[in-house]
Design a protein around this ligand. Sequence first.
Ligand SMILES: Cc1ncc(COP(=O)(O)O)c(C=O)c1O
Length: 380
Amino acid sequence: MPALAALASGFREAWADPAFRGELDALLRDYVGRPTPLYMARRLAAETGLAHVLLKREDLAHTGAHKVNNTLGQCLLAHRMGKRRVIAETGAGQHGVATATTAALLGLECSVFMGVEDIRRQALNVYKMRLLGAEVVPVSDGAGTLANAVTAALRHWVERVEDTFYVLGSALGPHPYPLIVRELQSVIGEEILQQLAERGMTVRDVDAVAACVGGGSNAIGTFHPFLREVPVGERPLLVGAEAGGEGVDTPRHGASMTRGEPGVLHGHYSYLLQDEAGNPLEAHSISAGLDYPGVGPEHAYLRDAGLVRYEPVTDAEALEAFALLCRTEGIIPAVESSHALALLPRLAEELGPRATVVVTVSGRGDKDIDVVREAGLGAD
Ligand SMILES: Cc1ncc(COP(=O)(O)O)c(C=O)c1O
């Protein structure tokens, strides 16, 4: 498809251009607030039975999640490629808010496709997008969740490709999107490596690194620099937490790595929850951001190559981890991020009480307050 070929060459040129990289780095610093801290969570470590837990605080990035790293880069690229309009899809609403934010910053028109079920679950983010000047386009196909929104956005992009840039929100879709998103999110893992060194720690002092996996953008951004820069024997265990929903033995989950089969969705070949005819099944997760029946293709490769391990975490386990971080550290995480936090007690059991684990807290939990209240947290 010519639009994808133009995007691939546009990105390749921009990424090699020191002026583009300099502008992106300056905005990441001054607008997004990077580097985000790597915080030593002492009380959480004690509660989960680990020696040290370090939290990579993407919740402190402007707009409250890692998504802005990607939207800033893609909106700068849209501008450079002469597009005056951007579109995006969103599930939890974080990617929609981040796109609306960076589009406003750069003076781009913005429309965000969002499933009607997610519009209901994430009303606050819908309102924020409108305040930021974006149009929110409801998608009522299928379950009215993220997968339907991606389909609608791809379809729309094909119709308006001359003036429109599609800001894809995770490390999925047709090439070059998984590559672009990985490169833009790798700032997370690069900073972790640098911040470990600033603390006088080496990568050998870290036993495991964990991140949640929806489409896989914060996880690939966290893991890629470790995969790229650290030799296999010295690398910590890399673990992705996917949505176990109500349990992987029920039909209500989003665990495409644990229960999916190879298949094609949205232009990429990866693990997919699908029926016998290859049609994607509806995913379920308490977190709108993990509610996707597939996963970015590079994660499928990493899994098959044995380089990263993926584990399902249920809604109930994620809620427990959410409550634990609130009570031990005074940090209200996104329910997506809580899936990664839920791995901590498991890792303590596996690696022992002397272990050090780094977890990416991909976003803050403001958007999820209604969801956790409905689930009964804090009711007593
Ligand atoms: C805070 C947060 N974390 C994680 C995710 C999952 O996306 P990804 O796997 O692309 O990081 C989302 C998606 O909306 C999110 O909002």
